[in-house]
Write a protein that binds this ligand. Structure first.
Ligand code: GLY
Length: 368
């Protein structure tokens, strides 16, 4: 694994230097389709993944060209620190500035994270005991999506690094409300819980990006696994690690999990195996399992590490990994963004690359 991980980072360095040349000055890379780079504005939920990936590559290769681009792209998204229009600020500002601060200890980056966490916390709705994910989306009244668990990391980190105590209270309250309402008996999760914003009553349990309201959308299961593992790290509350272990059981024992451990886009699509995979879900699951392995013992721990290793090996192989200077400069192929929305089906996605790089780093740091 040591050689594989080293060569993956060296290759990522070269591939991102190719990607870098194609990204417009005022946009962020999102995907690649029909020979064209797809880009997004900085207010798109994914704007932190490109800078974050660049920082993780720089950390390993110390390539000054990669660092220069990482710094430039951080600057570009700094105005997001006062963004309050949806819940995605953690993805945008912590995957980017969080890695940058971890690597450089630049106090400016820390201040930006603290401001961003305050902005995100304005979306907490006391009556719902949760952070409101979206203001206006479809017919939802008070939607909270399972993805929102990921944004709690920035609140927790900020609270524990000079920010207000209130940020941690918001994160813990949100995580507890999500345990109560988002999960089924088998520890799979609904995508969207729609709340009454005034009473906090659950109005509906729905999906937005999954196959059906009752199905297990693969990336959503990954967000849940990662979210509760991370909440255990930052609170040491045992109920979070137990939740994560139960979610892992659901994912790892699912009959539709393929042999190469790269899930189909939704575990319950009845057309499996003739449906797209989601490499992004696989990368998120691998990164989360590696952390969960840190908090588990015996056979369970080994199972998490072995599965994460298998995912890394699959994603590093010909089927999922692009060739140099192909795939628009993205690392991985075969992710699925929103199949029912007819959006980003079987394409590269910037966040698949991000969590793949994070999984490589975690394996190297913890298991080599
Ligand atoms: N957070 C949006 C998604 O996972 O597609």
């Amino acid at each position: 694994m040591s050689k594989l991980i080293q060569s993956e980072f060296e290759w990522a360095d070269k591939q991102y230097k190719y990607l870098m040349k194609t990204v417009p000055e005022d946009k962020m890379p999102q995907s690649f389709k029909d020979g064209k780079l797809i880009t997004k504005d900085i207010s798109w939920w994914c704007s932190g993944f490109y800078p974050g990936s660049l920082w993780m590559i720089y950390e390993q290769t110390k390539d000054p060209e990669i660092r220069k681009e990482a710094e430039k792209r951080l600057k570009m998204i700094e105005p997001n620190k006062t963004f309050t229009r949806d819940h995605d600020l953690g993805f945008m500002m912590f995957c980017s500035f969080g890695n940058a601060y971890r690597i450089t200890k630049n106090p400016e980056y820390k201040n930006i994270i603290l401001t961003s966490a305050e902005s995100l916390s304005t979306r907490f709705r006391p009556n719902m005991q949760a952070i409101l994910s979206w203001d206006k989306m479809a017919d939802f009244k008070g939607p909270v999506i399972i993805d929102n668990m990921m944004n709690l990391e920035m609140l927790m980190w900020a609270s524990q690094n000079g920010g207000s105590k209130k940020l941690e209270e918001v994160a813990v309250t949100h995580a507890n409300t999500t345990i109560k309402n988002h999960f089924r008996r088998d520890f799979s999760s609904y995508h969207v819980i729609d709340y009454d914003v005034n009473t906090g009553d659950v109005l509906n349990k729905k999906t937005f990006q999954g196959y059906a309201d009752s199905s297990a959308w693969a990336r959503g299961q990954g967000w849940a696994l990662y979210g509760y593992t991370m909440m255990y790290r930052l609170t040491k509350d045992k109920k979070y690690v137990m939740q994560a272990q139960n979610i892992a059981k659901f994912i790892l024992n699912h009959p539709s999990m393929p042999e190469d451990k790269i899930p189909y886009w939704d575990f319950d699509d009845p057309k499996i195996p003739n449906v797209p995979r989601d490499a992004s879900a696989a990368a998120i699951i691998a990164s989360a399992l590696l952390e969960l392995g840190q908090y588990s013992n015996g056979e369970e721990k080994q199972h998490y590490i072995d599965t994460a290793k298998q995912i890394i090996v699959s994603l590093s192989g010909e089927k999922y990994q692009a060739k140099l200077n192909e795939n628009g400069g993205f690392l991985l192929m075969h992710s699925t963004g929103g199949l029912p929305l007819n959006s980003e089906i079987d394409v590269p996605l910037i966040y698949a690359d991000y969590y793949f790089l994070e999984a490589l780093k975690r394996y190297k740091d913890w298991y080599l």
